[in-house]
Design a protein around this ligand. Sequence first.
Ligand code: GAR
Length: 212
Amino acid sequence: MKTLVILISGRGSNMQSLLDADLNVDRRVVISNNPDAEGLRIAQRYGVETFVINHRQFPDRQTFDAALAEKMAIFQPKLIALAGFMRVLTDEFVQRYQDRLINIHPSLLPAFPGLSTHARALREGVKIHGCTVHFVTPQLDHGPIIIQAAISVLPQDTEASLSQRVLQQEHRIFPQAVRWFIDGQLKLTNGVVEINNASTSNITLYSPGLAE
Ligand code: GAR
């Protein structure tokens, strides 16, 4: 049985994009570290199994991750997708699931790892911003990159408008990365990502655009 485990902490829109996607999996399971996560209600509407492992009930990161790993052992996941999961995982957990643990991050990594990515992009004045799906490694937001989407930053952009346009792209690239993985098109060999039969379009994004 091919099981996709989706870890969430909040709103759950990226999780929803994975529940909407046509994926060759037998079972989808959602786990939240936050009992009040909006995403739990969405998953329940989809009839997906949900579980809460509330990090507040554990004295430290190690014991929380051990409980999470114990749950994973039951599901034997083919892939674990971090969909807005806002807990830093211990090295032990990451190493155990290294080749089947992926994350969606709201910036063009390696730029802007961590939090408040859109505010920082605006502050730095970057003209191109976006999102990244990558394998998770012990170094936060630095694992091998699977796919990225880039958008122009517009002069009138606010943190809210930018995050909304980036989020639309997150919902496109995350299901794509998961599908590649599940279909066996995606390989990670010695830290290098290889994707079979991916289109290699050669597009240049100018931002602002060139004067004609
Ligand atoms: C998304 O923008 C995701 O990329 C980000 O949190 C948001 C969750 O939204 N994740 C991170 O910042 C991880 N470091 P969602 O719950 O609606 O998917």
